[in-house]
Design a binder for this molecule. Structure first.
Ligand code: HEM
Length: 512
C-alpha cells in the first residue's frame, strides 16, 4: 500500500513538474513576446554558456530573426533580450532603480550568504556602498598617478615585441595579455615590478575565461536555483580536489592582501595602489544592509566602508575584470590596425604631432582625437563583455509594452545595437573611425561596450588609457602588418567575455 501511494505521489509530482516546465517554456509566447522555441527543461542554457560558440554572436542572429525585443529561457530563468537603444537607455539610466542588479553568477547567493562579495555581483545598497569606494580610484588624479606604472609596463611590452621585428607572423594577443596582467597585477596584487612572461597568472586567467560554462553544478543551479548553495558546495569541492584556477587565483589575492595588512600594521610605506585604497576603507562594525534594494534617498546614510572579506573580493574582481577585457580589446584593435595602412599612418602622424620627441604622457592622450575614434570604432565591433551588461527586474513592472515579473533577467544585446543600420547608417558594417568625429544622441545611447548608467564599467578610464597607451607605443615603434593570405575573419572564444583566439601579425621596424 505504502509503495503504491509513493508511486502515485511520484507520478503526480512528475506530472505537475512537466506541466510547470511546459508552461514555463511557453511563457514568452503566452505574453505575446517573440523568441525561439525553448527546450523544455533547459531553455537555451546550452547555447548561452557554450564558450566555443560565444552567445553574443548567436544572440545577434536571433535579434535579426525576432526583432529588437525578444524572450527566451535559461533553465528556469526568464530572459528578455533588448536591442533597442531607447529601451536600453530606460533600463540603464531613467529607471535604474527598477533594474539595478546585474544577473550575477548562478552559483552565488545574492547577498546574505556571500561574505567575499565584489562590485560586479553585489546587489542594492551593498553595491552602492562598494561603488562609492571604487569610483575615486579612477579620477583624473588617480589615473595620472598610475600612468608611470602603465608607461613602464608598455615599455616592457615593446621590449618583448621587438624580438619579432622582421621575423615571421606571431600571435600579438598573448603579449597584450601579459601587458594588461602586468598593469593590474601591480595595481591590485601589489607586485613591485614588471613581470611579463615571468608569472603563471596569464595561464591561470586564460583557463578561467576560456572555460566552457556548461558544467554540471552550474547547470543544476540554473535548473534548481533554490538549491544553489548545495551545488555551490559541490562545485567548490570539485575544484578544490582538481586544483582549480579560480582557487589558485584567490589564494594569491589573499596572500597579497594579508601581506599588505601586515606591512601597514608594521608602519611600512606602501604604494597607495588599489589594495591600499580598499584597506583604507576597511571597518569592523557597520551596518551591512546585505539584502536591501538601493533607494536614492539612502545616499546620505551610506557608510564608505568595506568588510575584510569585501576588500579581498574587490582585489579579486579588479584582477579579473581589468585583465581580460583590456587585453582582448587591444587584440581586436590590432586586427584592424594590421589591415589598414592609412589608419596606421594617420594615427602615427597624430601621435607624433602631439608628443614631438618627448615621451608619451597621460595628459597627451585627450589631444589624440583620431586615436580615441579608432579605439571606439574597434570597441563598437567588439564589445568584449557584452554579456556582463544585464540586469535583474527588482519588482513587477512594464517595459516597452511587456509585463515583467520580479526576478526576470534583462540581457542588453549591445553587439546588435552597435551595428544597427537604423542607428549607424548603411555603412554600419564598415570599419570607419571617422564616424566618431560626430555622433548622434541615439548613437551614444547605442554604444554600450562599457555598459551605461550608474552601474557602467568602473574601470572604463583605466581600460581606455591602457589601450591608447599600448597602441600609441606599438605604432611609435613598429609597423604592424597582417601576414600574407591572412584570414580576415576573427575567430572568437568565451562564455562570459569574448576573446580573439589569435591575432597574428608581422612586425617591421618603422624606419627600415
Ligand atoms: C577595455 C576594457 C574594458 C571593457 C570593454 C569593460 C567592459 C565592462 C562592461 C560591459 C561592464 C558591465 C557594465 C554594465 O553592466 O552596464 C563592466 C563592469 C565592470 N568593470 Fe569593466 N571593462 C573594461 C576594463 C575594466 C578595468 C580595467 C577594470 C578594473 C580595473 C574594470 C572593472 C569593472 C568592474 C568592477 C565592473 C562592475 C561595475 C559595477 O557593477 O559597479 N573594467 N566592464
Amino acid at each position: 500500500m505504502i509503495f503504491e501511494l509513493l508511486l502515485i505521489g511520484l507520478a503526480t509530482s512528475a506530472l505537475y513538474y512537466l506541466i510547470f516546465a511546459y508552461k514555463r517554456a511557453n511563457y514568452w509566447r503566452s505574453q505575446g513576446v517573440p523568441g525561439p522555441k525553448n527546450p523544455l527543461f533547459f531553455g537555451l542554457y546550452d547555447q548561452v554558456y557554450n564558450a566555443n560558440k560565444p552567445w553574443m554572436m548567436e544572440m545577434e542572429k536571433m535579434t535579426k530573426e525576432y526583432g529588437k525585443i525578444w524572450g527566451h529561457n535559461e533553465g528556469v530563468h526568464r530572459v528578455l533580450v533588448v536591442a533597442d537603444p531607447k529601451v536600453a537607455h530606460e533600463i540603464y539610466h531613467t529607471r535604474h532603480e527598477e533594474f539595478q542588479t546585474r544577473r550575477g553568477n548562478h552559483l552565488l547567493h545574492m547577498n546574505r550568504y556571500e561574505p567575499v562579495m565584489h562590485l560586479l555581483d553585489a546587489r542594492g545598497t551593498r553595491w552602492k556602498r562598494m561603488r562609492s569606494i571604487s569610483n575615486p580610484l579612477f579620477t583624473n588624479n588617480s589615473l595620472r598617478k598610475m600612468m608611470d606604472l602603465v608607461g613602464d609596463s608598455s615599455e616592457h611590452l615593446i621590449k618583448h615585441l621587438s624580438k619579432h621585428v622582421g621575423k615571421e607572423a606571431f600571435n600579438i594577443h598573448r603579449y597584450y595579455q601579459e601587458f594588461s596582467m602586468d598593469v593590474i597585477n601591480r595595481l591590485a596584487l601589489g607586485e613591485k615590478r614588471s613581470t611579463q612572461f615571468e608569472t603563471e597568472l596569464v595561464d591561470i586567467m586564460k583557463r578561467i575565461f576560456e572555460r566552457d560554462m556548461r558544467e554540471p553544478f552550474i547547470c543544476l543551479a540554473v535548473m534548481f536555483p533554490r538549491f544553489r548553495m548545495l551545488f555551490r558546495r559541490g562545485f567548490e569541492l570539485y575544484y578544490l580536489m582538481k586544483g582549480g584556477s579560480g582557487m589558485k587565483l584567490m589564494k594569491k589575492v589573499v596572500t597579497a592582501v594579508e601581506g599588505r595588512r601586515k606591512a601597514r600594521a608594521a608602519g611600512e610605506v606602501t604604494p597607495g595602489d588599489f589594495i591600499d585604497m580598499f584597506l583604507d576603507a576597511e571597518q569592523e562594525d557597520f551596518n551591512l544592509d546585505y539584502d536591501k534594494a538601493f533607494d536614492r534617498r539612502d545616499i546620505g546614510h551610506l557608510q564608505r566602508a568595506l568588510t575584510k572579506e569585501e576588500a579581498i573580493g574587490s582585489c579579486f574582481m579588479f584582477l579579473l575584470a581589468g585583465f581580460d577585457t583590456t587585453a582582448n580589446s587591444l587584440g581586436y584593435a590590432t586586427h584592424y590596425l594590421a589591415r589598414n595602412p592609412e589608419i596606421r599612418e594617420r594615427l602615427r602622424d597624430e601621435i607624433k604631432g602631439v608628443i614631438g620627441d618627448a615621451t608619451l604622457k597621460f595628459d597627451d592622450l585627450p589631444q589624440m582625437k583620431y586615436l580615441d575614434c579608432f579605439v571606439k570604432e574597434s570597441l563598437r565591433f567588439h564589445p568584449v563583455a557584452n554579456q556582463v551588461s544585464a540586469r535583474v527586474v527588482e519588482k513587477d513592472c512594464d517595459l516597452a509594452g511587456v509585463h515583467l515579473e520580479k526576478g526576470t533577467l534583462i540581457q542588453i544585446d549591445g553587439y546588435s545595437m552597435q551595428k544597427d543600420p537604423e542607428v549607424w547608417g548603411d555603412d554600419a558594417e564598415e570599419f570607419n573611425p571617422d564616424r566618431w568625429m560626430n555622433t548622434t544622441a541615439e548613437q551614444s545611447q547605442a554604444f554600450v561596450a562599457f555598459g551605461q548608467g550608474p552601474r557602467m564599467c568602473v574601470g572604463q578610464r583605466l581600460g581606455l588609457t591602457e589601450m591608447k597607451m599600448g597602441i600609441a607605443k606599438v605604432l611609435l615603434n613598429f609597423d604592424v602588418i597582417a601576414p600574407e593570405n591572412a584570414d580576415n575573419e576573427i575567430h572568437r572564444i568565451g562564455a562570459v567575455t569574448v576573446a580573439p583566439i589569435t591575432v597574428d601579425v608581422c612586425l617591421k621596424a618603422i624606419h627600415a
